[in-house]
Ligand binder design. Structure first.
Ligand code: C2E
Ligand code: CA
Ligand code: CA
Length: 685
């Protein structure tokens, strides 16, 4: 109580009033007086006393009636009335309590008893006041409060708890605290929490809970244990505040700090952070990281001559185009001004960085149409690779930047690696790739045919179609130089289709011309075979040419056995059912499990030329060939040896009962016309 307690002394006897007031004032209390019950009621409002000492028997309105009157009034109900009565009989005592008196004392007044009763009442008032205050706090605070028993079973919650969690008291009281668990924390977290409460009586921290609607949210919680007099825990009280909005604004601030407001791209700060992250990851996983810095070539002129609004529009448009060039996982950012950056974690190789850079140059090459004007921007790009060009972020950025300046010096609108040697190799490859993309349209491919001979009859029984590329500048490019590139870029699919179609229609034409029918073997890449529509495409292409299926052989490599076995099997079966021959090319160099051979419907094993080359000099190779032939024959497969260059090799293979051979000794791959001449020569001999 902050002020001195105020007593209202109600007695019709002036002497008693005076004595009571003097006694109370000596105890350090303040007093007011009234002469009867009615006056007491009137005075009450004006004085707002803390305790009323009320004589029972008074004129006008007696103490019992005045007391019951007071107890009906909301503002007076809680003020204790101590009844003073000269009537020391049971009936009066009962009447006093019935009227709502807190206690009573008798006249003549026993002062020691009065002092004790008064002190007791004052303590009760104070306790009541505290309780009232606590409950006000409990009801009105914006922090959620939950009180549980010793087993964490919820006993009471406040309105703020309901607002935050969505649970009304009647839904949640009686439930275990577990109901609020979000699943966000592991066992260890809760273990530590309970350990903290046990050891210190308190735990404070951030905890994720779940609202009634399922949403999980962060809160800042303080959990206290409350002990009973015997020192055992009787309750837990948790007070918490919802951190959702705090987190959101925190995130918002973080976002703003890391992003450029014009383009909404990450800024230099975030770029550096992402690069550091990527470098740290790469270090652990022994991968590489690509960094790219781009400077727009003509931005400064545009900005200076046409104004900042146009400048901003150019930057916005540029950022929109750049977004199209960003691989997944990569971060595009605006470094400031007209400079952009990209972090590419774990690119497959330097070539891929070159690709990205080329794509960036391509998108920037198209004119920017702004306010009806055509503006040409372009860019200069520097490329760096971790760890080659810098083992730490700072060095890496510095070197990437140097590469960018080099690109500018070289006349802009190009990209440069920090490492010169990468520039040369990636350029050469990119040139090759772009010309390969055009080769089909420009009709630059051609098939050569290499004859195959049956060792039993000594007659020609077929040929292998081998692709050649008549490169406009480089002349004839051998497949060894461009097939791998075609496979990497996926161009092998259309190129392989072309080869199949060309081989079939050529063979059909030769048969129609009256040449003895021969089987044509066509090479198919594993990439083609993996295509879901592979069988349909082959069937359609072949059918369009009108070639009888028995005159077609497909050469597949052992790599097809690496995929899904059932799928491989059904594809092979479908092709075989159509009457085409199937051969395993380069046999012995790839997938070494032979178990699939038994299951796959293939007809021929083609022994790789690496075994044939030394079969007459190296006993190991000789033994291998013998084993292959034995294996093939036991499975009812035919064997063809390729790369036969000498008479000795031919003799060896013939003796080992190899069925067919192919190689320079019998005939080199020839263009179609020369091949016809070759065939005619064979017929005549
Ligand atoms: P491959 O299927 O093993 O073809 C045999 C290669 O050995 C051919 O090389 C051929 O010219 C060469 N050769 C033939 N006889 C001899 C010989 O007696 N001695 C030596 N040293 N070499 C001989 P080429 O034409 O350069 O083809 C290389 C590879 O390119 C082929 O190997 C094949 O894997 C691939 N290829 C060729 N054309 C195509 C095609 O149309 N599609 C696909 N996917 N790959 C093709
Ligand atoms: Ca082949
Ligand atoms: Ca081969």
């Amino acid at each position: 109580m902050s002020r001195k307690p105020l007593f209202l002394v109600v007695d019709d006897e002036p002497v008693t009033r005076l004595m009571l007031c003097r006694f109370l004032e000596r105890q350090g209390y303040e007093t007011e007086t009234a002469e009867n019950g009615q006056q007491a009621l009137n005075r009450f409002e004006a004085q707002q006393p803390d305790i009323i000492l009320m004589d029972a028997k008074m004129p006008v309105l007696d103490g019992f009636e005045a007391c019951s009157e007071l107890k009906k009034r909301p503002d007076a109900r809680h003020v204790p009335v101590l009844m003073i009565t000269g009537l020391n009989d049971d009936e009066s005592v009962d009447r006093a309590y019935e009227a709502g008196a807190a206690d009573f004392i008798t006249k003549p007044i026993h002062w020691a008893i009065l002092r004790n009763r008064v002190q007791y009442l004052l303590r009760a008032i104070e306790a009541d006041r505290q309780l009232h205050l606590s409950s006000q706090v409990f009801e009105n605070t914006t922090e959620g409060i939950v009180i549980t028993d010793a087993k964490a079973c919820i006993q009471s919650v406040n309105p703020a708890f309901s607002v935050i969690t969505g649970y009304q008291p009647e839904e949640i009281v009686g439930q275990n605290m577990r109901i609020l668990k979000s699943g966000h924390h592991d066992e260890k977290f809760y273990h530590n929490l309970w350990k903290g409460i046990k050891e210190n009586g308190q735990w404070k921290g951030e905890i994720w809970n779940r609202r009634k609607n399922g949403e999980i949210y962060p809160e800042w919680a303080t959990i206290n244990s409350i002990k009973a007099p015997d020192n055992t825990v009787s309750n837990y009280v948790a007070v918490f505040s919802d951190l959702t909005t705090v987190k959101e604004s925190e995130q918002n601030i973080l976002y703003l700090a890391g992003h450029d407001t014009l383009t909404d791209l990450p800024n230099r700060l975030l770029f550096t952070e992402r690069l550091s992250q990527a470098v740290a990851d790469a270090e652990r996983k022994e991968e590489i990281v690509g960094s790219l810095l781009l400077d727009l070539d003509r931005f400064k002129v545009i900005n200076d001559t046409m104004g900042h609004d146009v400048g901003d529009t150019v930057l916005l448009e540029a950022s929109k185009r750049l977004r199209e060039c960003v691989p997944i996982n990569a971060t595009l950012s605006r470094m400031g001004g007209d400079e952009f950056g990209m972090v590419v974690p774990n690119p497959p190789g330097s070539r891929d960085m070159a690709h990205i850079a080329q794509k960036v140059l391509d998108v920037l090459a198209a004119p920017f149409i702004i306010d009806g004007m055509e503006l040409f921007v372009g860019g200069s790009i520097g490329l760096g690779l971790y760890p080659l060009d810098g083992e730490d972020v700072k060095t890496l950025i510095k070197n990437t930047d140097a590469a960018m300046y080099h690109a500018k010096e070289l006349g802009r609108n190009n990209f440069q690696f920090y490492r010169m040697e990468l520039n040369a190799s990636s350029l050469a490859r990119m040139l090759l790739e772009s010309s390969l993309r055009n080769a089909l349209d420009r009709d630059e491919f051609e098939l050569y045919y290499q004859p195959q001979m049956d060792l039993g009859s000594g007659k020609m029984i077929g040929m292998e179609a081998l692709i050649r590329w008549n490169h406009p500048d480089q002349g004839m490019v051998s497949p060894g130089d461009f097939i791998p590139l075609a496979e990497e870029t996926g161009l092998i699919v259309p190129i392989g289709q072309w080869a199949l179609k060309e081989a079939c229609s050529q063979n059909k034409a030769w048969i129609d011309q009256g040449l003895p029918p021969l089987r044509v073997a066509v090479n198919l890449s594993g990439i083609q075979f993996q295509q879901a529509d592979f069988v349909d495409v082959v069937a359609q292409v072949v059918n369009e040419t009108g070639l009888d299926h028995q005159y077609l052989e497909l050469e597949l490599t052992e790599s097809i056995a690496m995929g899904d076995v059932e799928e491989t099997l059904s594809k092979l079966q479908a092709l075989s059912d159509m009457g085409m021959k199937l051969a395993i090319d380069d046999f012995g160099t790839g997938f070494s499990s032979l178990s699939y051979l038994k299951r796959f419907p293939i007809h021929t094993l083609k022994i790789d030329q690496s075994f044939v080359r030394n079969c007459t000099t190296d006993p190991d190779d000789a033994a291998i060939i013998r084993t292959f032939v034995g294996l093939a024959h036991s499975l009812n497969l035919s064997v063809i040896a390729e790369g036969v260059e000498t008479e000795q090799q031919l003799a060896f293979l013939k003796e080992r009962e190899c069925n067919e051979i192919q190689g320079y000794f019998y005939g080199r791959p020839l263009p179609a016309e020369a091949f016809v001449t070759f065939v005619q020569g064979q017929i005549e001999s």
